[in-house]
Design a binder for this molecule. Structure first.
Ligand code: NAD
Ligand code: UFG
Length: 350
């Protein structure tokens, strides 16, 4: 049984990925400082996977180098999936030092500890935001890391570059840089899902909070974009499909101990877009939610949100060809599962 370290594993995407890992027979150790998640997630994960699944939760910060070194001494990790990070774009503009410290310095601490322990396999949570504001759509992995428009995006591009350089320096490193598009939805059990603190920044959690009566109406940011209905277009992907992409990527890059030739194929830097390849506008998402969930979402049109792009979506061919991975769950599944999670947990994990 292989053991995987999952940083940020009690968070939104992390928790769904831990379920997928446990269901595939991995042992998992979560390291999370709970700055944006709840320890209650651990029991929920076990309920879904199996009460006897091999899961250990350790509360701690990736910048705590002593703790990290001890962790790598206590466990024989076959690889790391690195979710831990701060992700609020607007907050990163007002608190850049916090973002570079947590995301970039934190990742450096992790990479250093991995190197010392000779654990050289990592799947990293990157973002479509690293393509920057000038990239043509659909985004392809061969495009350069572009002009990022905020410290959050820059922190992701910096971490990608550090990992890429480490692969050049040491050919035993295997790195998957997974560029997520817009993850939404929740596990179909309704036991785990997205639980934003305070006012949600993102579209879907805002919609579900309006639907449940926590917020009066949705603000639609911008109706004058050069898109068919004037609202922004994104590539929404079900979080469960996204989680499965991590397993495929991990398996692809993991060294196979008895076949050095295969190891060489898996090592080095690999970049994969994890999206569906299909974009939907804000109005289309509202409409899909109303239709699937039978709840009307009152909304007001507002000016464009600063820093938002008109439209972007993935070219998802590379992940399909190289990982044999696709995202089959539709927008209807995404909104239905998000609504089921919200209804089952009106106050999130509280
Ligand atoms: P999340 O906030 O739910 O999960 C992140 C987890 O990391 C949280 O549980 C938090 O407590 C933990 N964490 C943060 N800093 C830490 C630190 N220093 N030490 C230990 N734990 C720490 O976010 P998410 O949506 O699950 O995102 C996971 C990753 O995916 C993040 O790196 C994020 O930037 C990236 N990502 C997310 C999206 C998205 O739309 N959700 C899109 C692209 C990329
Ligand atoms: N939107 C609204 N009203 C809201 C929230 C969002 O109209 O209350 C609109 C936005 O203007 C945008 C679309 O809905 O057109 C999606 O916005 P989100 O905030 O849900 O997502 P973003 O595309 O802005 O950003 C997300 C993550 C980033 C990540 C990026 C690419 O939040 O961290 O996807 O992966 F970098």
């Amino acid at each position: 049984m292989q053991t995987i370290l999952v940083t940020g594993g009690t968070g939104y995407i992390g928790s769904h990925t831990v379920v997928a890992l446990l269901e595939s027979g991995y042992k998992v150790v979560i390291l999370d400082n709970l700055c944006n998640s709840s320890a209650k997630v651990v029991d929920r994960i076990l309920k879904i996977a199996h009460p006897n699944a091999q899961l250990t939760f350790i509360e701690g910060d990736i910048r705590d180098t002593n703790k990290l070194d001890q962790l790598f001494k206590d466990h024989l990790f076959e690889g790391v999936i690195h979710f831990a990070g701060l992700k609020a774009v607007g907050q990163s503009v007002t608190h850049p030092i916090t973002y570079y410290d947590n995301n970039v310095y934190g990742s450096l601490c992790l990479i250093q500890a991995m190197n010392t322990a000779k654990v050289k396999t990592i799947v990293f949570s990157s973002s479509a935001t690293v393509y920057g504001e000038d990239a043509p759509v659909p985004y392809e992995e061969s495009m350069p890391r572009g002009n990022t428009t905020n410290p959050y995006g820059t922190s992701k591009a910096m971490i990608e570059k550090i990992l890429a350089d480490q692969c050049i320096a040491d050919n035993q490193w295997s790195v998957a840089q997974l560029r997520y598009f817009n993850p939404i939805g929740a596990h179909k059990s309704g036991l785990i899902g997205e639980d934003p603190k305070g006012i949600p920044n993102n579209l879907l959690p805002y919609i579900t909070q309006v639907a449940i009566g926590k917020r009066k109406e949705l603000s639609v940011f911008g109706v004058d974009y050069p898109t068919p209905d004037g609202t922004g277009i994104r590539d929404y992907i079900h979080v469960v499909d996204l989680a499965k992409g991590h397993l495929k990527a991990l398996k692809k890059i993991q060294p196979t101990h008895n076949n050095p030739q295969e190891h060489r194929q898996g090592s080095g830097e690999h970049i994969w877009n994890l999206g569906t390849g299909q974009g939907y506008s804000v109005l289309e998402v509202i409409c899909a939610f109303e239709k699937a969930c039978g709840v009307i979402i009152p909304y007001a049109t507002e000016p464009r949100r600063k820093g938002d792009l008109a439209a972007f979506w993935a070219n998802a061919n590379k992940a399909r060809a190289e990982l044999n991975w696709q995202a089959p769950l539709t927008l209807e599944h995404m909104v239905t599962d998000a609504w089921h999670w919200q209804q089952s947990n009106p106050q999130g994990y509280n």
